[in-house]
Design a protein around this ligand. Structure first.
Ligand SMILES: Cc1cc2nc3c(=O)[nH]c(=O)nc-3n(C[C@H](O)[C@H](O)[C@H](O)COP(=O)(O)OP(=O)(O)OC[C@H]3O[C@@H](n4cnc5c(N)ncnc54)[C@H](O)[C@@H]3O)c2cc1C
Length: 453
């Protein structure tokens, strides 16, 4: 017999599991379908860094403990931005976590189950069910059989691939383009390596803007405990690798001088694609919601998506509960999710996207200049990552520098970029309260901020 639930969640990664916990805690019947075996759900090739915003929200709203024990290979104390080489760098004290994705993900799945959600592994979703203009469930392959589940709300938490999103018919898309082109994607390659002695990056993560990697790409060196490092590169997908090299070769070229291969053994290699643009202009449909990477909830500059995915899952669970209580699971009934996401993380990611355009312009050598001249200070970085009250004080400082050196074209461009960053915040926080205002808002966003997406 076909199963019927309030909420079917496609994908049990951070976004999906948080949607499941939140909806189940509110008393909804929830089934999570994931193509991975049950015991592997949560596992992912990742840099494993997680800032405190999502864990704080999870603790406050749902009583979920911070990553701990074997879920936490290392606490994180410092973030370093470096340019060209580790010589030009800026380090700020920004407490956060390095998480073991599988162990942490598995605890969250267990919490979902304890609250009544059903988790089905080896369940690959292949199609969506539609009745008239309403999405009513999904079709999936499980135990050598094709099965269906009907749901009042389908939550697409399938990550970069966005399997449900891809299958939504055009007439339910309100004119929005839901594709993620190569210009808005970075490819990644990373290794977890074990050294024979404690490394020099204890409790620290380093983002390195290297001259051979075009921004938004970068290289990273993250602690993964006393003896292990998680090191990798990201590369903008629309730019071909130079001289026919592979991403792995670029990885070695950039990172071998900093972490020589003869000092470590490889524990794991992997990679993946990450969407790097602010969320789609609308994330809800009649009977469906996009969460996490399926909705492009990743910081475009740093490619952090774990925290935003957890938060979007929570927000989707709340919006689905409200819509079901009102008995209105249409696009309009689910709209509060759009508003909530555009407020955070949407506005932050839109600001980051604007900052990224400036970084692309200046390149790694321009960044070296900013770091060398201390135009960005440690306090600026702390503000950016902890209080999010970054722009105003920083703007004042740039104005001061501009007065002293009026001919500095780069500083002028920076001032202009800051204005755009502020505008992005304003536009995303002015997202319409109902679908009626959407086309006007998109027009405004394209005209005054960016028509890149
Ligand atoms: C190499 C790399 C390094 C990264 N480093 C960081 C970092 O340090 N910090 C950070 O914050 N973010 C990082 N990210 C990004 C972060 O990993 C993702 O943004 C985050 O995992 C997205 O969560 P999600 O739940 O949306 O999707 P995912 O974690 O991708 O989960 C999607 C789930 O959906 C399932 N699924 C997919 N298709 C189907 C289907 N058809 N049917 C059923 N199930 C399906 C998958 O099996 C998976 O379990 C990194 C990403 C990569 C690739």
């Amino acid at each position: 017999m076909e199963e019927k639930v309030d909420v079917a969640v496609v994908g049990g990664g951070p976004a999906g599991v948080m949607a499941a916990i939140t909806a189940a805690k509110q008393g909804l019947s929830v089934t999570v379908l994931d193509k991975k075996p049950r015991e592997k759900i949560g596992n992912k090739s990742c840099g494993d860094a997680l800032d405190r915003v999502a864990p704080n929200l999870m603790k406050d709203k749902l009583g979920i403990e911070y990553p701990n024990g074997k879920e936490l290979p290392s606490p994180l104390e410092h973030l370093t931005f470096a340019s060209v080489s580790l010589k030009h760098s800026l380090t700020a004290h920004t407490p956060a976590f390095i998480v073991h994705r599988l162990h942490y993900g598995q605890r969250l799945l267990k919490i979902a189950e304890e609250n009544g959600a059903k988790i089905v592994g080896n369940a690959k979703v292949r199609d969506i069910l539609i009745d008239g203009d309403q999405i009513t469930g999904v079709q999936f392959f499980h135990e050598n059989e094709q099965k269906e589940i009907s749901a009042k709300v389908v939550i697409d938490a399938s990550g970069y691939i966005g399997i449900v999103r891809k299958l939504i018919p055009e007439d339910l898309e309100y004119g929005i383009d839901y594709s993620v082109p190569p210009e808005h994607t970075v490819a990644t390659y990373r290794e977890i390596v074990r050294l024979d002695r404690p490394h020099e990056f204890q409790k620290r993560i380093v983002l390195l803007y290297h001259e051979s990697i075009p921004i938004p790409g970068y290289a990273w060196i993250f602690t993964d405990g006393e003896l292990q490092l998680n090191i990798g590169v990201t590369w903008p997908k629309h730019i071909p690798y130079p001289d026919g090299k592979s991403l792995k070769e670029i990885y070695h070229e950039v990172l071998d001088p900093l972490v020589p291969p003869e000092t470590y053994e490889i524990v794991h290699k992997g990679g993946g694609q990450i969407p790097i643009r602010p969320p789609f202009d609308s994330l809800v449909f009649n009977g469906a919601i996009l969460v996490g990477e399926a909705g492009c909830m990743v910081d475009p500059t740093t490619a952090e998506g774990h925290g935003p995915s957890l938060i979007s899952g929570y927000k989707a669970g709340i919006a689905a509960t409200h819509a079901l209580k009102r008995n209105d699971v249409t696009h309009a009934g689910l709209w509060e999710y759009n508003k909530d996401i555009m407020n955070y993380p949407g506005s932050t990611h839109a600001m980051s996207y604007q900052a990224l355009q400036f970084l692309k312009q200046t390149g790694p050598s321009g960044m070296a200049f900013f770091l060398k001249r201390k135009i960005v200070s440690e306090q600026d970085l702390i503000d950016l990552f902890q209080t999010r009250e970054f722009v105003l004080p920083f703007r004042k400082k740039v104005q001061k520098i501009l007065q002293a050196f009026p001919k500095w074209g780069m500083m002028w461009n920076l001032k202009k970029a800051i204005e755009k960053v502020e505008l992005a915040d304003h536009i995303y926080k002015s997202y319409p309260n109902s679908p009626e205002g959407l086309s006007e808002w998109i027009e405004w966003r394209r005209r005054d901020l960016t028509s890149d997406y």
